[in-house]
Ligand binder design. Structure first.
Ligand code: 5RP
Length: 233
């Protein structure tokens, strides 16, 4: 998979072109976003740009600190000009997305949905014609009485499983102190309906279904090209 890093970097370079001087920039999470942040910090230095960032996880916060990026003051500010994020799966055509492979879905959804322009960076392996195919939907749920919440998720046709931590025994706890559950729904016929159903379950904090957000998907291809898919809100 040598082409992967090249493809992701090429797509990242395309994505950071949406950022302009003075922008408030949302930083998603994941290995692809890490490449984009690296390229963004190079560009900031080369072009003496001033931007401020809103990270969505400890991962992107630490990266932003390492790169010397300035942080936007949350709550003084409710605007994001551009959010740059990754994805686990993107449905061709609708451009609906599954996210949360890095357990940062709740903050990512807040930041991505506030963005004037959402720019998603993926490699071509993330494209599918049916969300949910070989891809669970990550959910963030409250720790309180998790089995009651899991039961309601099962009633919607899902098979929930706690995500196991690496470097820590037991389930993954999100940056917000909640539990991360990966739910196998099989191929999802109506992602919007499923998302609404999940959001109505008390105890579900957020879902990894990112529906109808609009924006640009920069797809890094095996052959070295980058395709930009566009969706209006
Ligand atoms: C984190 C995410 C990531 O953006 C998603 O998992 C993709 O990660 P990567 O770029 O490492 O494949 O949603 O919660």
């Amino acid at each position: 998979l040598e082409w992967l890093e090249t493809a992701r970097r090429a797509a990242s370079l395309k994505a950071i072109r949406y950022v302009q001087h003075g922008h408030v920039v949302g930083l998603g999470s994941g290995s692809t976003v890490a490449l984009a942040v690296e390229e963004l910090s190079n560009r900031i230095r080369e072009e003496s740009m001033m931007i401020t960032v809103i990270p969505t996880s400890y991962q992107s916060e630490l990266l932003a600190i390492e790169k010397g990026l300035r942080f936007a003051e949350l709550n003084r500010n409710t605007k994001v000009d551009v959010a740059i994020d990754g994805a686990d799966q993107v449905q061709i055509g609708t451009l609906d997305i599954v996210k949360g492979g890095g357990a940062a879905l709740a903050r990512e959804k807040i930041v991505d949905s506030a963005a004037e322009k959402l720019v998603i960076v993926v490699d071509e392996r993330k494209l599918t014609d049916k969300l949910g195919r070989n891809q669970p939907v990550p959910l963030e749920i409250l720790p309180f009485w998790f089995n009651a919440t899991m039961e309601k998720i099962r009633r919607l046709g899902g098979k929930p499983a706690f995500r196991e931590g690496a470097g820590k025994l037991g389930p993954v706890v999100s940056d917000n102190g909640n539990l991360i559950v990966d739910v196998d729904f099989g191929e999802i016929q109506d992602p919007e309906l499923l998302n609404k159903g999940l959001k109505l379950i008390p105890g579900v904090v957020e879902t990894g279904l990112f529906i109808g957000l609009g924006g640009y998907i920069c797809v890094g291809k095996r052959d070295g090209t980058v395709e930009v898919l566009e969706r209006n809100k």
